[in-house]
Ligand binder design. Structure first.
Ligand SMILES: [Zn+2]
Length: 216
């Protein structure tokens, strides 16, 4: 099973490792920085041994990478794994913006139920079962999120159960939440958060989350 270096160091963009198995165009590696879709956070883009990774998927606790035909790799080969950092960093910023917004929604609307979430490179979204217009909460939630970002608070990420690969993030005085995604180190990295309400109806409300580009 690949050691998930993206948890120990979510800022690492290149890694030397070894191939542990090859099954046609699917391979596994000893250690990896290449995240595979989980918890709503999309997979990374990147390469293994200069071959573009077409798909990354979780199989239990293993991550299987699909390469192009004719990759020529065999078990034991030394390979370099690279990820598209611009994409990953946007995913990390949107992911953590979504974490903060979700936590604030829970803190304000005790009986709300999350029914879906997705983190893409351009925006994140969270879906709720909620019978009212959720955008009524936006002014207070946006203001509280802005204060957390401006305070540039430390985000601690660690295992709650290492054998089961269960992880959490923690911001002192705010929240501790189970999540196996890749997390920022400081809330200030998120930048300005913007919320939009989408697709209301059938008792469901969607919050779309955007982060602005850093000015400097
Ligand atoms: Zn998370």
């Amino acid at each position: 099973m690949a050691r998930k270096v993206f948890w120990e160091d979510p800022y690492l963009t290149e890694l030397e490792t070894r191939v542990t198995s090859v099954n046609d165009n699917d391979i596994t590696v000893e250690e990896t920085i290449f995240y595979a879709l989980a918890g709503g956070q999309e997979s990374d883009h990147g390469t293994i041994a200069n071959s573009p990774v077409l798909q990354a998927r979780k199989e239990g606790r293993e991550i299987v990478y699909t390469l192009e035909k004719g990759h020529g790799l065999k078990p034991g080969d030394r390979v370099r794994v690279t990820i598209d950092w611009e994409r990953r960093y946007r995913l990390m910023r949107l992911h953590f913006a979504a974490e903060i917004i979700l936590e604030l929604v829970y803190q304000h609307l005790r009986s709300v139920k999350k029914v879906g979430a997705h983190i893409a490179q351009d925006k994140a979204r969270i879906d709720f079962e909620w019978g009212e217009n959720i955008s009524r909460m936006f002014p207070i939630i946006e203001e509280q999120a802005r204060r957390i970002v401006e305070a540039n608070q430390e985000i601690v990420s660690a295992f709650s159960d290492e054998n089961a690969e269960e992880r959490y993030w923690d911001i002192g005085g705010f929240a501790r939440v189970p999540c196996g995604g890749t997390h920022l180190r400081k809330t200030g990295e998120i930048g300005e958060i913007e919320l939009k309400r989408k697709n209301p109806g059938k008792g469901k409300e969607r919050i779309e989350i955007f982060v602005c580009e850093h000015s400097g």
